[in-house]
Design a protein around this ligand. Sequence first.
Ligand code: 5BU
Length: 458
Amino acid sequence: MNNRISFLKSLVDIECVKFGNFTLKSGQQSPIYIDLRNIVSYPELLTNLALLFKEEINLSAQRICGVPYAALPIATMISAHTGLPMLIKRKEAKGYGTKKMLEGAYKPGDKVVLVEDVITSGQSLIETIKVLEDEGLIIEQILVVLDREQGGIEKLTNQGYNVSSLFSVSSLIDLLISENKIDVDTYNEVKVFLNNNHSITPIQEQTKKYFPQTHQHPIAQKLLNIANTKKSNLIASVDLTSAQDIINFLSIVGEDICAAKLHVDIIKDFSQDFIKELKALSEKLQFLIIEDRKFADIGNTQLLQLSQGIYSIASWADMVTIHLIAGEASLKAIQDWDTAIKPALIPIIEMSSKGALTDNDYIEKCKQFLYNYADVIGAVCQNTTLKTGFLKFTPGINLSAKEDNKGQNYNSPSHAIENLQSDFLIIGRGLYLSDNPKKEIDNYLSEVRKMDFFSEIK
Ligand code: 5BU
């Protein structure tokens, strides 16, 4: 069978293309769904695609680059089959070191073939083109797998780029009807939809972050319930040093947060009376308590630190943070601790500070075991994503500052939700140093709520 035809049919088989009734971000219904990301799990198909592209590539090209993320594996495969060296365009600049947006070996003037999975408005391509051109590279050719026929190709062609696609949605449905893979009604519905929707937001860019609803851990479920009810995923990091100041501050912002995060070891007048007052306030205003203890020791010591001393953290904290630097056995020691009340665990796998040693290698090592422990409800991290069902907590959130002068890096709430895919945002000085914390938390909340983050998944 013709390679192109068999490739298109496979896209339907692996559900990269689906027919039915899909809800778009705009609320519109669409009869077709296209998302080529699944292809990464089908190496044979990826190879076929690379071979189809190989026939199209200009001989004068010197580099190949995929638009992140969907086209990265496609570009990699083409690179392997053509010998064209690959470049990687980052989605976000590194928060440390060189802040480079483009990785790989290149020099200004190199001619690049850009690869994209699906083109709709062409917006993601335009963003990638800008990064490459800012580096002095020349866009020799743009190759796209599927054109949604919504004006993207024309837009780029008008700007002088050489763009072509292997397939269009029309050619896809023409083929599928001729092969009896879709019926006439579906075919007509898609045709009408294509004619009427030249400027809608593309379906494959619809992967929207919704706030999680359920969790198997009771404390995490409680946290989700509070956040969903209040429509607030904000956690106030209350790094104040007097017990009264903490209570006063939480009396003001408590109703708008889902949790308060403490560092009890910085409170100069810590007492169990303070904890009593704090717990009463947390009941009244409905927020949970995280002790940001950052345990990082051998299992036995961690158990002592959790249960003993003047703080006796395990008796009152709903959640605690823990580094995994000591290895899996230290985590397991807490998991195996058979006690009536135990805080949920939030391992720190990636830090917000400049030059943090939590590099990808470290993060991956943590991920190899952290998901296996029922006490673990998620992780503190920045760029890395977590397995579905695990909650992502991100500190280093500030509406106005980009950094402090002590190594902290900040992101805005919208960046954290949209780009970092964070579930919970941890805000410290942005709130407790504000002259008007009530007004300031409203500013944070309105940015979060503006994003429609708390809608139910349709
Ligand atoms: P800030 O005032 O918003 O910068 O406070 C951030 C809080 O989060 C503070 O208590 C830190 O100890 C905590 N934090 C962090 O900033 N970055 C990290 O990677 C981790 C914790 Br883990």
